[in-house]
Every structure is written in C-alpha cells, then in structure tokens.
Write a protein that binds this ligand. Structure first.
Ligand code: ZN
Length: 225
C-alpha cells in the first residue's frame, strides 16, 4: 500500500490483530484498568504484507522490528509554545529509561503553571504506536504538542465562557497526566483519529476547525467538536 492509498483508506479495522500481551509494563498501578486492547502496529503491517512478495516485505518491514513492543520505544515530541523538541527513548533493554521518561513528562508539563508530573506510561505507548504507524508511511511523525498535563486551576480557567474549550468531563484526563492535545502537520485531524482508533486505548476528541486532536487513556469514547 502506498502513502496515498493509506491516507485514502486508512480505516484498518478489518485487518486488526489483537495481541494479549503487548507490553511487559505493569500498568495496574498507574492506571485504573489494564483491560484495553492494544494492537502492535507492526503486527498489522505484517498481516497487511501477506499479499506482497518477500522482497517487497523485507524492504518495508525490517525483520528485526517485528517484535515491536520488545524493541526500544521512541516518541518524537515538539512543544509548540516553548519550541522544545526531543526524540525520546523512554523504554529500552525491556525497561523504562527513567531519565528519558522524565524528559517526556517535562515536555508534556503544564507550561503555564510550571508544573509537571510523570505522565501515564500507557499514553506514551499510545504515542509510540501511532508514531510508528505514521513513520512507517514515511511521514514525519513528530507530535506538535499544544497541551499535556493541566493543573486543576488551569483546567478551570479553560472552562470559563468564551474560552471555547473542551468540556470539563472530557478535560479531566489532562489533570491526571493521561491526555494530550496535538497535531501532525502532514495529517488531518480525522486521519490521526483513524490511526488512534486502531489501538482502542481511550478517548479521541476531534477539533478539526481548530486543527488539533485530543487523545487520552481514559474510557474508550469519541467526540467531535
Ligand atoms: Zn485535550
């Protein structure tokens, strides 16, 4: 499938493969539920590649990347308001790299309130999986982060009339370090949403008029504003 086909027919539910143990991380302490179904993007890629010949397959999926969740996990983040950007390797040698985890959390901090906390690891895995999909199609996967963590006070300010922001209920995941608002320049909001839906990891909010998408690791739900 070339890039144009991918962007045109990005709905991939028919070729989803659910893996029961996608990660070696124990999320039970940081998240109220570990029941979410995740699908390794390279499992999907592998399934998709059954219709192409072996030489093409080797070209697009290096053999050493098939065990996706065992490999080092990278996320590429750019904090728009501060200009900070970093490629973060938060997981390698089958364990969390604490310094890099800190960097990820720092880039996703509440910039206005100068407050940070360790972000939900599952959110980082979701970012990692989505970016792997985007990178696979030779598109720069860097997330342009508009918002990550928000303090309760910051969140309240955004709810005042005229602010035209997300509702309180939807917003709450930001308070817990489980949500991001972002965009990817080469993809539309609905294209990113379709990739995110593959992973069934939580909430997906589309804000096409303001050109950003909200993702969180709370309850699975979807809305458009
Ligand atoms: Zn949000």
């Amino acid at each position: 499938m070339n890039k144009r086909d991918f962007l045109k027919t990005i709905s991939l539910s028919s070729i989803m493969i659910h893996t029961s143990s996608f990660s070696q991380i124990d999320y039970s302490k940081s998240s109220p539920s570990n029941k979410y179904k995740y699908t390794s993007p390279l499992d999907i890629a592998q399934e998709e590649s059954k219709n192409i010949n072996q030489s093409q397959y080797e070209q697009i999926i290096p053999q050493n990347e098939i065990n996706f969740w065992d490999k080092p996990r990278y996320i590429s983040l750019h904090r728009v308001s501060t200009g900070e950007r970093k490629l973060i390797n938060y997981f390698s040698n089958k364990q969390i790299n604490k310094q890099e985890y800190w960097f990820a959390s720092y880039l996703l901090r509440d910039v206005e309130e100068k407050t940070m906390m360790y972000m939900d690891l599952k959110l980082l895995d979701l970012i990692c999986a989505i970016q792997a999909w985007i990178r696979y199609y030779n598109i720069n996967p860097e997330f342009q982060i508009l918002s990550g963590l928000r303090t309760v006070e910051h969140n309240k300010r955004l709810l005042k009339p005229g602010k035209n922001n997300e509702s309180a209920a939807l917003n709450s995941m930001h308070i817990y370090g489980k949500a991001i608002d972002f965009y990817v320049p080469q993809l539309s909001v609905s294209q990113i949403a379709k990739i995110a839906e593959i992973f069934q990891a939580g909430g997906i909010g589309l804000y096409p008029q303001r050109n950003f998408i909200h993702l969180d690791t709370g309850r699975i739900r979807k809305w458009k504003n």
